[in-house]
Design a protein around this ligand. Sequence first.
Ligand code: APR
Ligand code: PHB
Length: 401
Amino acid sequence: MGAVRADDTEVAIVGAGPAGLVLSHLLAARGIDCVVLEQRSREYVEGRVRAGVLEHPTVELLRNLGVAERLDREGLAHRGIQLAVDGVRHHIDFVELTGHSITVYGQREVVRDLIAARLTAGGEIVFEAADVMPAAIETNRPVVRFRCGDEARAVRCRIVAGCDGSHGQCAGLVEPRTVAEHAYPFAWLGVLAEAAPTQDELIYAFHERGFALYSMRSASITRLYLQVAPDEQLGAWPDDRIWNELATRLPTGDGFTLNTGPIIDRGITAMHSSVTSPMRHGNLLLAGDAAHIVPATGAKGMNLAIADVSVMADVIEQALRHGRTERLGEYSPTCLPRVWRTQQFSHRMTTMLHRFGDDPFQRELQRAELARITSSVAAATDLAEHYVGLPFARLPEVVHQ
Ligand code: APR
Ligand code: PHB
């Protein structure tokens, strides 16, 4: 192999998911130079079907960054959600309870908008970067080596942002680290269907046969999920079985109709929780799924990733623009309380709504909790505040020199 082509930047960002891409915009807005290194192709990253609910603080941040033009045009503002308990629907009105709404807009669309805006502004995103590996993260001159086709390359930087998702390499570089984990005894079968949604709110359904979720992406695309066994095979779910099961679990007898249509995407998502701490080692900072995974029930994965990088950008600015490198030590303690609060909410939504087995005691506890939420303003407000998004954590006030 020939000479290594080396470039310099201030921040090397590993991963072009929501965490890495939003960070690149936050840094650019602060005049901080960065390069994003992504192992997949642009087409692959832009094609991945993921979650689709944006918290209020996420939408505000994207607006402040000037990347919400299409989101504001095409995103679906929802004033609440519905909880269906044994076939009876209850409306939880977030706007009434918190003054805020949520926005349904696919993570895929967020990623597309962020990539387009970054490239238009002259930012650098290296797609199909293979064998990406940060080194010297304990020094003030880290380097990230990678390959582009046959070419060996390296980016020298001051900070490495590990935004490489749940299967990335960066979390493994945090030594020593603690990984707190929890596995759930079920998975989600998710489908995207060319079927017009028949209402403009999500339905979270608690049902004897297991959990189901009714969601959407646009005026013509419905997004649906079914609780299935953790080792479920897609082949066991022909289209008819999917639609029959959805029709059984969703409250279709209650003035709600389920439109069907061609299924254009399907997949099985494992449900588990994990938190890696600390979220920093030397000049490596972790964000998003690289540091923590939440079960999908609370729709928090992308939002939490964006909350992390809002703190990370401030810490990096302090270190690189104000010489306050010691403030890197505040990153993990500033993020983790909100990470754990979000874990707790996601765990609660998950345990409240899924079928865990045949234990009648557990089922009645779940019904009691759902009855409380659907009848008490205090209990509903607690759910609503978490769902629309708690305020992002902030670094304690800083004096700029
Ligand atoms: N080198 C370079 N890129 C990598 C590497 C690697 N070794 N490993 C993973 N990546 C890339 C992935 O291809 C992906 O594009 O890092 C990116 C991580 O993005 P996400 O998985 O989307 O993670 P994150 O940005 O933290 O977003 C949070 O919220 O809805 C949830 O899990 C969902 O993606 C979502 C997440
Ligand atoms: C989705 O639309 O993909 C979605 C919505 C709500 C969730 C999870 C996923 O809780």
